[in-house]
Design a protein around this ligand. Sequence first.
Ligand SMILES: *Cc1c(COP(=O)(O)O)cnc(C)c1O
Length: 465
Amino acid sequence: MVYVSNQMRTEELAALDAAHHLHPFTNGDELNAKGARVILRAKGVTLTDSEGNDILDAMAGLWCVNIGYGREELAEVAARQIRELPYYNTFFQTTHVPAIALATKLAELAPGDLNHVFFAMGGSDANDTNIRMVRRYWAAKGKPEKQVIISRKNAYHGSTMGGASLGGMAAMHKQGGLPIPNIVHIGQPHWYAEGGEMSPEEFGLMRARELEEKIAELGEGKVAAFIAEPIQGAGGVVIPPESYWPEIQRICDAHEILLIADEVITGFGRTGNWFGSQTLNIRPHIMTIAKGLSSGYAPIGGSLVCDEVAEVLNGSGEFAHGYTYSAHPVAAAIALENLRILEEEKIVEHAGTVAGPYLAEKWAALADHPLAGEARSIGMMATLALTPDKASRAAFASDEGTIGLICRERCFANNLVMRHVGDRMIIAPPLIMQPSDIDVMIERAVRSLDETYDKVKAEGLLKAR
Ligand SMILES: *Cc1c(COP(=O)(O)O)cnc(C)c1O
């Protein structure tokens, strides 16, 4: 038997990983040839790898570690809960204290009358729940033909069959025969990439009105819901023009459809308020939550549901849906403790009034870099478009993502985790970042951008498409 421990050499660990571990969203052969980086531990905003590098985590893991790493309280709560009740289901007309406490707390924190929660293990399966829930809702109201869910191109709603179908990622749809039936996609409010000569506000309105056109085309009697991320995350931190969401809200109000806000990233302080819907003044009927709900310390997600939808669901017999680990007591207890920390330590306010504004100022200044086309942020998420020609917002002549990947590798070499989406660099750091952390992050980002610029120029890649 192989005994794997953190005392092993990096090469041995990476070899075993290559031999036995299939990575998500990864080219396996490519990764196995170079070996995965082994992350051993983390504290605050810093990861430590098996080579002893201390790396600033500007992605908060995968958009989730809102309170930062290494909080003892969550370890304590997890240990206590495992000793008391490690597992029990909520199918058998049974419940438990962590489920009750978390559902009650979420109802208190959520805006409007989102007073009910159906628990999942993450965002993808919560969105699967949403597909089934909105269809069930309309069937219960005597409108079973309202089946279609409208989403957007380049949206990300997870990677299950349902989640990936709701999402609008072309590369995902190509694999496995997606999307599943009755899910359709309209354009995204991505002015920088697609707005051409229009002003951002004109373009935002135009893209919002695609929703109304799609409803008319399908017939209102066929449409169950519209789903969208308040701010697209995995699509490249796409901050919509200001005209977009008010128009979407108007259209949803004018037609008989449900609005689902996928707040898996934008929830729990990311945009400087508890929910992105508050920052952008959106009134959803259902809200998808995960990631920051537990700050990633345990897998848990869910659907926050408004009074009316919950009443109809509750009043229409059995909803034949659920997961073994819905409201898992250990995950629920951890999430509850995470929410306590976010609230009592005023971390959401910190993100909204201290870290967010400081980041906004420093990040915006990156637009002066010769490689940068736009640099924008909202709360604690930010995006930087790389371009060979600022004035025309041109894409590079090379395959999309070539320059982004170079930049990401320079970032890693400079002990900074920054993600690339195509040729766009994005961050979503832990909300607890102090201005001094942001200074370090920006300094490493600038150094990485300088090195990227040198490399791109030297390799003759500074060409517009
Ligand atoms: C990450 C993400 C999901 C999927 O969540 P998982 O926990 O990975 O299943 C869904 N929606 C959005 C907006 C996300 O960012």
